[in-house]
Design a protein around this ligand. Structure first.
Ligand SMILES: NC(=O)c1ccc[n+]([C@@H]2O[C@H](COP(=O)([O-])OP(=O)(O)OC[C@H]3O[C@@H](n4cnc5c(N)ncnc54)[C@H](OP(=O)(O)O)[C@@H]3O)[C@@H](O)[C@H]2O)c1
Length: 463
């Protein structure tokens, strides 16, 4: 059974409920069904969960994930089954699978894994907004990045450096300082130091920095104002320590440009989202953000991830791992949908396992002998004849929408394959999938007619 994480009332991390996800409907116009492979954990999730940000209840938690498209609704263009995609702001990400409007999706390049995407997409787009939008960073500028060991800060600091800035970073502990130094950031200061602004001024020969990227808020805000050069930019993105008092008169007096941007303001339009994503993916490919893996929690331990985030235990980014479907889960989901259109999962290795191990071991049917060897032999034949074709063959009894079994039985591969199974009951052929697989991903899908034609070519059934 697929799962999701919801809140019915705002509260502490334990307010999150890990529960069964009701079967999803067929995607409506403009929607796709997406199976998540990795789910991003963002600070903003904790704010919706706690009630600091209001949302309609019950709330399906999470705003970001990466995964594989399993089914495409009418009118969707540019996306197909098997595409690997990510999205950065759509509630309902803390779930094994979901329906989502295709307009939120960005295709992932081959070099970006789902883990990297879920760990980096929202935070990276926020960093892009900070470096290319709210403040257009120029080489040679001096920047102060707070929270530089956190999800957003660790990306901004490294990206700013790669863009030619001198980066002064702050962190809250010695171990985080060591990590940020390992990123190649030369100046790493203690965010708790009451002399922080003085130290920044000392590093800049008294001039102050050109821009502050404020992610911490209350704890660092006064120091941020003091550390800026006259006329500098204060880009106030987050309040991990709470909301600060904003001294507008001091801001005016020092001619600072004070901006409180949101990522959505800068990547809300499709063209901007695509441009920002392309810049981010290129930066990832160039290795600007290193190779460290995100911290991974099972989806059911979302509460632990939130607690660790609150306790400032996480270095860089955290992701949630959805339930990994077993072969029989996939068979069930393929059969359940009972459609003749595109269907199936994106992870082809699981389909292979389905044939190897799990093809026939479900509800026994009276008077029928499961033919596991026969199923495998048919599969092998098809694979030998059509190396990049894979067939997944299921069927169900004709009990209307209620799926009771999916098996292969003696004799059903051959002449009577397209007829009546050994059970004597009619078969719904639309539970047969034929797919072309490239690079381990489903590239094309056909219904039974195509399989029938392949089998004719093979001589497995009469022309
Ligand atoms: N405006 C937007 O569109 C937008 C988009 C994304 C994120 N944000 C905001 O940006 C901020 C950072 O996000 P993130 O994903 O980087 O979060 P994160 O991974 O939790 O990092 C935030 C850092 O802040 C410090 N911190 C956390 N709690 C603190 C506390 N109570 N007191 C003092 N310092 C604390 C921690 O660093 P140390 O332990 O090293 O001090 C932590 O590494 C959040 O407020 C988030 O809501 C805004």
């Amino acid at each position: 059974m697929n799962k999701r994480v919801r809140i019915y009332q705002p509260g502490p991390a334990t307010a999150m409920v890990y529960e069964d996800l009701p079967a999803l409907a067929t995607p409506a116009a403009g929607e796709v069904r997406l199976r998540h492979e990795a789910i991003g954990v963002n600070f903003v999730d904790t704010m919706f969960r706690s009630g600091a940000f209001r949302a309609q209840l019950p709330l399906d938690m999470g705003v970001e994930a990466a995964g594989v498209i399993e089914q495409v609704g009418p009118g969707v263009t540019g996306f197909t089954v098997g595409d690997r995609v990510a999205y950065f702001f759509a509630f309902g990400a803390y779930a094994d699978e979901r329906l989502i409007e295709a307009k939120h999706l960005i295709k992932l390049p081959r070099h970006i894994s789902s883990d990297t995407a879920a760990a980096t997409f929202t935070k990276g787009l926020t960093a892009w907004m900070m470096l290319y939008g709210a403040h257009q960073l120029h080489p040679g500028e001096v920047v102060l990045v707070h929270g530089a060991a956190g999800g957003v800060g660790s990306i901004v600091a490294r990206w700013a450096k790669a863009l030619g800035a001198t980066v002064i970073a702050t962190v809250g502990s010695a171990s985080k300082a060591a990590t940020v130094k390992d990123y190649g950031i030369e100046h790493v200061l203690d965010a708790n130091d009451p002399e922080l602004a003085k130290r920044v001024l000392a590093l800049t020969e008294g001039r102050g920095v050109d821009v502050v990227y404020e992610l911490i808020g209350k704890q660092t805000f006064a120091q941020s104002l003091a550390a800026l050069s006259a006329g500098g930019d204060l880009i106030h993105v987050g309040n991990a320590s709470g909301a600060p008092h904003v001294d507008q008169s001091l801001i005016a007096e020092r001619r600072l440009r004070y901006v409180q941007p949101s990522t959505g303001q800068y990547v809300g339009e499709r063209a901007a989202l695509e441009r920002a994503s392309a810049d981010l993916f290129r930066a990832i490919e160039q290795g600007i953000f290193g190779q460290e893996a995100p911290v991974v929690y099972p989806l059911e331990e979302a509460a632990r991830a939130h607690q660790d985030l609150a306790d400032r235990k996480i270095l860089g980014a955290a992701i949630l791992r959805p339930h990994q479907p077993t072969p029989s889960d996939i068979a069930k989901s393929v059969v359940r949908r009972n459609t003749d259109e595109v269907q199936g999962g994106g992870n082809f290795a699981l389909f292979d396992q389905l044939f190897a191990d799990d093809f026939v071991d479900h509800t026994p049917q009276p008077n029928c002998t499961p033919d596991k060897a026969g199923a495998r032999a048919l599969y092998q034949k098809l694979r030998e004849a059509f190396p990049d074709f894979h067939a997944v063959i299921h069927w169900q009894t004709a009990d209307g929408d209620r799926v009771t079994t999916y098996k292969t039985y003696h004799g059903t591969h051959q002449g009577d394959f397209l007829g009546v199974a050994a059970t004597g009951r009619k078969i719904h052929f639309d539970t047969v999938d034929v797919m072309r697989v490239r690079n381990g991903r489903i590239a094309e899908h056909w219904g039974v007619a195509h399989l029938y034609s392949l089998m004719q070519q093979l001589g497995a059934i009469a022309q």
